[in-house]
Design a protein around this ligand. Sequence first.
Ligand SMILES: Cc1cc2nc3c(=O)[nH]c(=O)nc-3n(C[C@H](O)[C@H](O)[C@H](O)COP(=O)(O)OP(=O)(O)OC[C@H]3O[C@@H](n4cnc5c(N)ncnc54)[C@H](O)[C@@H]3O)c2cc1C
Length: 385
Amino acid sequence: MKLELSEEQQMLKQTIKRFLENEIRPYAEEYTDQLIPKELAHELLKKLIPFGFIVGPFPEEAGGMNLDTISQGILYEELFRVFPGLGGIAFITQDTALSLYEDGNEEQINRFIPKLLSGDYIGCVAVTEPDVGSNPSDVKTRAILEDGRYRMNGQKIWISNGSISDLAIVLARTEKEAGKKSVSRFIVERSVSEYSTKDIKKLGLNAWPTSELFFDDISVPEENLLGETGEGLKSTLKAFERARCFVALYSIGISQASVDATIQYVKDRQQWGKPIGQHQMVQDMLAEMLTELDAARLLAYRGLYLIGKGVRCDTQTSMAKYYATEAGVKITSNAIQIHGGYGLSKEFPVERYFRDARMLTIPDGTSQIQKLIIARNSIGLAAFK
Ligand SMILES: Cc1cc2nc3c(=O)[nH]c(=O)nc-3n(C[C@H](O)[C@H](O)[C@H](O)COP(=O)(O)OP(=O)(O)OC[C@H]3O[C@@H](n4cnc5c(N)ncnc54)[C@H](O)[C@@H]3O)c2cc1C
């Protein structure tokens, strides 16, 4: 594994930084703590797509760009740094499209992938339910086949992009009895199988909708079953392996923004007749922030490298997600500490970075679940089934 970026990757980083500063930063400043309207979300996604967001991982014949996984990481890390809310919308739409592309049949791919890769459709992945979080094999949402259509009943919660989504990949139970083999995935197109949504008010990442989804006896065409019946849980867990690296990058982008703000502040703020950056204990905090950020980044890019090689790497992506999101909470908290009282004021961005980073130790498997995966894979003994 090479630890330096190739020339193309360095150029991509510079190009995307410039574009985000010029074209996207103004929207990030307008929608710091308020939801991005759906229309604007589509408009901004369409601006991002030519750089490789959403289309990056797909082959050219599918309308993609065939970008290597490290380049995909560079794009998202920069977007998460500048506008984490928009980054979430793009990454979840990409993840929805990837799940569909990997498990969909030709007809499904032809029908849905162009809409997702063009930014015409915003996607979401609906697994979590009010009573089912860390153990997705317990999902209660039902999809029962009757006369060539699935009747779907149930509720999902904490669904990223939910209220602005046009299409959801839904994990639901196809058999009456419980069990891993009775769980399947469905492509639920909102214009055909109308589901309703309600946004959740939350601590951070407030530009990005997180929603409840309600399936009240909706009718889903039989041909929208994604993959084989009973294979839904396996495919969901497989998708987590990749997604966890992107959640790590999410935290890294936010942490980098808080480090940048802090470096500027320690040079500007004077106490005891010198910049606070010259006080040793401030340097101590800053050194911790910088080291943790670098360690998180190395773990995330190792995960991306392994994903690119196509090898199983759930241990490494769990390490990246666990470490980067916990480090993000510490780094952004230290950024507040170094800003003193001003760090807690809404006049400075660091209190928001802390609230945003705090959101990320929970989704795609909590830190506790990541640790259980790391330990299980390393010793061969599972603490959960
Ligand atoms: C910002 C955000 C975005 C999200 N986006 C999505 C999305 O797009 N789609 C989606 O389906 N879901 C999404 N989620 C939901 C997320 O995946 C769940 O919140 C997560 O899986 C945890 O489930 P829970 O909240 O029900 O907590 P619970 O499972 O109830 O866990 C509560 C506590 O118990 C601990 N715990 C649970 N089981 C164990 C165990 N076996 N051993 C040790 N400790 C355990 C947990 O670590 C946690 O501390 C999102 C959540 C957030 C916060």
